[in-house]
Design a protein around this ligand. Structure first.
Ligand code: FES
Length: 503
């Protein structure tokens, strides 16, 4: 058993960069474009729009690049596991080609920023692999190679991957990339404040009213803006109801010191489930292994601790790990037809835009979304608009939407009656449980010192009952993925209001 006592529960990217300290919004503000959310999409859009002459205000509820963006694998690639064969079948070759182009263009956009601003963010071109250890999957990989080539990507089938264990085959893409996401974004964000533009942290957007001038209500005052970008991972405003058109999954990551340099000549991900996404990074000049995987629906796994143990066990068996240094988790949204939603928030909306459901490939999809939104706001044509169309309906999306809607309705009703106890005395230190009567349930957490923290179990978004997440010490909503601290503070939307305190 390896010693994990020095392992930090913090993402590698946050652990290896300084914290930001931008001010909270001091009062009412007026700009051309309000950008809600300080992740890769919001920050990139703000920089692009400011360069095009717009004044912008980025409104971040917590700290920039510390949300989903700060909990990524930080791969920059158009290789999104086995996606092109499926995209061609579901949406046609033209859409699949646009998807490939948008994601490749995002890599080039980031590279251009890096070169132009001389950003030291470990940006590196290298091949990307989707590998399999199962001979049965080889035909699928070969079909993916053919599909990727059809849409213009530099794909080939190879029999080896730069991994310290044998594989049956792999899809290889040339000229893909990895970087350090916060070393990239923090210098880029410095460009935002000034000349009438702002970057505000610790300012939570609560509501958006669209009009000739849009009004964004925050907990620090109001922002008046001609256009608004909602880049809060999942939009929190009701128009568009994007939480009903997508579903959340949680995923886990670890960073470990290793005995040998492995996987340094490429980035890799397996084709099967559970996912193992692998890359290396550098800390103090030494190679660190990063593995991300173990995805599951938010709020539906009572033993999330086991997810970390699975990843650590897998890494230890295959990579000669000497020390685990970091562990973290993230949440991603997936649309039902495999494409993100980027564009106007709904039919009839002219000035409010969204970007969401990047399916865990937000580094490139988020950058492409920022490029598209800056074009839409400045009136420039962009053929990706039809690809990412945020107002679309499709038969595939509709079928899966009904299935997921039924599941959410089941959570809404059934969770009110299940596992309920009146007694909080058997909640042991470090554990959380739902107690109380149906319709009046309390989320109870007893901390390691024995103090009890009690909040309403009713999610402030649409009222589902939250579930305990032991690995992250949080209350997670199984309906649309809102997350709360043990004292009820919103950690992640679509909810914008804290859980009600209970005595
Ligand atoms: Fe929608 Fe909880 S996130 S009800």
């Amino acid at each position: 058993m390896l010693d994990t006592s020095s392992e930090k529960h913090q993402s590698f990217w946050i652990d290896t960069t300084p914290h930001t300290n931008y001010p909270a919004m001091p009062g009412n503000t007026s700009v051309d474009v309000a950008v809600l959310g300080g992740g890769i999409t919001g920050l990139t859009a703000a920089v692009l729009l400011k360069r095009l002459g717009k004044t912008v205000a980025v409104i971040e509820a917590r700290r920039i690049a510390e949300g989903v963006t700060g909990h990524t694998t930080a791969k920059l690639t158009s290789q999104h596991q086995l996606v092109y064969d499926t995209l061609i079948e579901a949406h046609g070759e033209e859409k699949a080609r646009l998807y490939a182009e948008a994601n490749e263009a995002a890599i080039d956009r980031i590279e251009a920023f890096v070169n132009e601003k001389n950003i030291d963010c470990d940006f590196r071109r290298l091949p990307a692999y989707v590998y399999t250890e199962s001979a049965d999957m080889v035909p699928q990989l070969q079909a993916e190679v053919e599909a990727a080539r059809r849409v213009g990507l530099p794909a080939s089938f190879v029999e080896e991957a730069p991994l310290p264990f044998p594989v049956e085959g792999a899809v290889r893409f040339e000229e893909q990339t990895q970087f350090h996401v916060r070393k990239y974004l923090l210098p880029l964000a410095e460009e935002i404040p000034g000349e009438g533009s702002h970057l505000f942290e610790n300012t939570r957007a609560l509501d958006v009213k669209e009009g000739a001038q849009c009004r964004v209500q925050t907990d620090r005052g109001r922002v008046i803006a001609k256009d608004v970008i909602v880049a809060t991972h999942i939009p929190f405003i009701f128009k568009g109801e994007f939480w009903g058109k997508s579903y959340p999954q949680r995923e886990y990551g670890i960073a470990a010191r290793i005995e040998q340099t492995v996987a340094s000549e490429g980035i890799s991900i397996n084709a099967e489930s559970p996912t193992r996404s692998v890359r290396t990074a550098s800390r103090d000049g030494e190679t660190v292994l990063i593995v991300v995987g173990e995805a599951h629906k938010t709020g539906e796994d009572p033993d999330t601790e086991q997810r970390y143990r699975n990843l650590e066990e897998w890494a230890r068996e295959r990579f000669g790990v000497t020390e685990f240094e970091n562990r973290w988790s993230a949440q991603d949204y997936y649309s039902f037809d495999g494409l993100p939603y980027v564009g106007r928030i709904g039919m009839g909306s002219e000035h409010v835009y969204v970007a969401t459901a990047f399916a865990a490939w937000g580094m490139t999809n988020g950058t492409a979304a920022a490029m598209l939104l800056s074009d839409l706001i400045t009136g420039k044509e962009n053929e990706w608009a039809s690809l990412y169309d945020s107002t679309r309906t499709s038969p595939l999306a509709t079928k899966n939407l009904y299935k997921e809607g039924a599941k959410q309705a089941m959570h809404f009703v059934k969770d009110r009656f299940e596992g309920v106890t009146e007694d909080m005395s058997d909640v042991v230190p470090g554990q959380g449980r739902i107690v109380g009567r149906p319709g009046d349930q309390t989320a109870v957490y007893r901390d390691p010192q024995g103090e009890v923290h009690t909040v309403s179990a009713r999610c402030t978004h649409l009222g589902c009952i939250v579930s305990w997440n032991p690995a992250e010490t949080s209350w997670d909503c199984p309906c649309h993925g809102s997350r709360f601290s043990v004292d009820g503070e919103v950690l992640q939307g679509p909810a914008v209001h804290d859980l009600e305190k209970k005595l």
